[in-house]
Design a protein around this ligand. Sequence first.
Ligand code: FAD
Length: 645
Amino acid sequence: MSTVERQSWDVVVVGAGGAGLRAAIEARERGLRTAVVCKSLFGKAHTVMAEGGIAAAMGNVNAGDGWQVHFRDTLRGGKFLNHPRMAELHAREAPDRVWELETWGALFDRTKDGRISQRNFGGHEYPRLAHVGDRTGLELIRTLQQRVVALQQEDFKESGDHEARLKVFQECTVTRVLKEDAADQGSRVAGVFCYERESGRFFAIDAPSVVLATGGIGKSFKVTSNSWEYTGDGHALALLAGAPLVNMEFVQFHPTGMVWPPSVKGILVTESVRGDGGVLRNSEGRRFMFDYIPEVFREQYAKDEAEADRWYTDPDNNRRPPELLPRDEVARAINAEVKAGRGSPHGGVFLDVSTRLPAAEIERRLPSMHHQFKQLADVDITKEPMEVGPTCHYVMGGVDVDPDTAAATGVPGLFAAGEVAGGMHGSNRLGGNSLSDLLVFGRRAGLHAAELAAALTAGERPQADEAQLAAAEAEAVRPFAPPVDEGADAAPENPYAIHQELQQAMNDLVGIIRRESEMTEALTRLAALRRRAERAAVEGHRQYNPGWHLALDLRNMLLVSECVARAARERTESRGGHTRDDHPGMDRAWRRVNLLCRLDDSQGADGGAVRLERRDLPAIRPDLLDLFDDDELAKYLTEEEVKDR
Ligand code: FAD
């Protein structure tokens, strides 16, 4: 019999970034008792770091914009692997979500005539990113938090209890999704198992709806823009609960992270620098992106520097600069320049805005970047170029969900939204499309989670048995006394050493450029690391013990890394965030293939825990296909799809 404390809520949201808060607000507004559990402090989600803006086709700066253009850009960016329904919903609903933020108190930068200003970003045909300088995520989170507090104040007036219908459990980690029947992969969700990070106290929340909104996986890689929270928890929780992950081979390496000094390597340099006029140059001073415009994009990008520069003031009569190609293209180009020996002194290339905008304008538009480089690298970006290189930034892959309801495939009661969900961005996400994704699908997840819970009577609610809580508790305390046998290869393991080896393996073998032999090697190493992680040992007790937290996170990072490596080895083409040295071209035959990852311990050969399944991506509706020229479609669609048109 477990002694773990249990409490009962209608909806549990795991994560308090943009997706989680938007889901929680929706569920609470529908009258459901909603609990939010987040591993960091309330307000310190990853969303707060978002810089450039939120993409929504409001047409404030160029009236030519509309949801159809946004949909088209999103599909082009994702190389037509996006779930078409998700991309459609996202493009249609993003403007409403931004206007809604404004009604909740968000203060966006304005155009001269007082509308929400929108800036240029890679892959977006028109200026589309609503922004607050380069601190957009901060304003987004501040606004959502303010909305949470407003709802809590309403509840206080009604019941005398601020937390009667919306409560945040901050600095608490969820380690398991509980089920009605733990042995049945398809059984209903019954809640979550958690621990308080500060005290180590365990508790469980019983609830028929669980929304995963835990963000990404970047901490599995050595060079990343992501913070400590991004250990793929939601991805792993879904897998362990029986839900598949989709598109895991697609990991976005943002082209511009800091490369110097080493202590800050990977920290993001926002795409707004290029959106606002910044250009990339190699050590010879050449604006090299003109050499890397791929055939599929040639028509849409400027042919020379003169045209590219004219575009900033006359976008209707000129084409975009190639610095604003989708991120995967720019990251590969930088990688190639460095490899060819034309890099900057510290292994990146130069990003220069100092010769493109007056100093005061740089400080006004890019205050965080100005501050970041001055403080961290002693570089004044109003006077000299930055050194930048690719950094692991975002995962396109995630929980396989129903586009309309955000329900996870095959596990009733489980929902996912935000970076932890897959499908929306296809093989490559456009900048700005994450913040809009969080709000569009966060709202939908909250809505449908609420509807599911509201439809059940008390007697119909699923309940996890005590044995599940006891098993979750035993799993969580294992690092204090791991099962250790006699012999050198069965000794206790240091979680920090395992984490370092994992990051190195993912960086070297499943990074920006991939090949089959290296990924096979990665799978072997990951299986060995997984065995070692079972013996990860920590000293001390459960209070304030970061080593223990890491030992628990390792399970998640290793599972998710295996999904990335296994799916990446299987996909024998290059597309978006997945580049194969041994299969350099995009292969139309792969256009409709989704790879699903499922947990399956019977995968003997390389000791893995994940099985792959192939599934066809749904067809794109004819009215949506009509948004593209036939010539362009012929570059992407399979032979049959082209024939059937
Ligand atoms: P997050 O905001 O990361 O929230 C995840 C939440 O889950 C956190 O509260 C965390 O504590 C919690 N959590 C995780 N695991 C657990 C667990 N086991 N138990 C309990 N809680 C857990 N996108 C754009 O569209 N525009 C931009 O300008 C932009 N700029 C960016 C700049 C940077 C530096 C970075 C890193 C990303 C940027 N992105 C941008 C991407 C975007 O910020 C993220 O994709 C997005 O914020 C993810 O939001 P989320 O709600 O899914 O997750």
